[in-house]
Design a protein around this ligand. Sequence first.
Ligand code: ADP
Length: 147
Amino acid sequence: YLGYNGSVNQRRESLSMSVEEVMSLPTLVDEQTSIYDAVVSLFLEDAGTLFVTNEGLLTGVVSRKDLLRSFLGGQTQATPVGVLMTREPKIIKVDKDASVLEATRLIVEHDIDAIPVVSKQEGGYLVVGRYTKTNIAKLFVEVVGND
Ligand code: ADP
């Protein structure tokens, strides 16, 4: 998208941009992925939250603290993430065509770091991106920082 010149109208427009224009690539793992491999992919993909899929469709979310808690709870590194993830139907997700404001509200209201950006399919949701507090921080700098 084009940059911002700091006008109030352009700030408003930036909030009605679709989440698809601002999102990052999704960080995906399978339900069978071990806790060990999940931690490795957090480092490799520089992410804090992993989205879990089964046959390509969203089934869960695993956060940093979910993984830390699993170690305190005595789970082994070989345990599949399917055991500890937050599951559907509890997943807070946002459609790729939703506005940035709507997606940001979900993050604030539910006090979470990231939400999967999805596209509805027959039988579930395909994960097409992630929208995180980092996306919000970057957008804030772009919108406010040009004064
Ligand atoms: P952390 O647990 O590392 O602080 P979060 O605050 O994002 O990260 O996650 C808090 C809890 O909410 C975790 O148990 C996680 O599984 C869950 N969670 C995170 N993101 C979502 C989401 N988009 N939908 C539903 N639950 C989520």
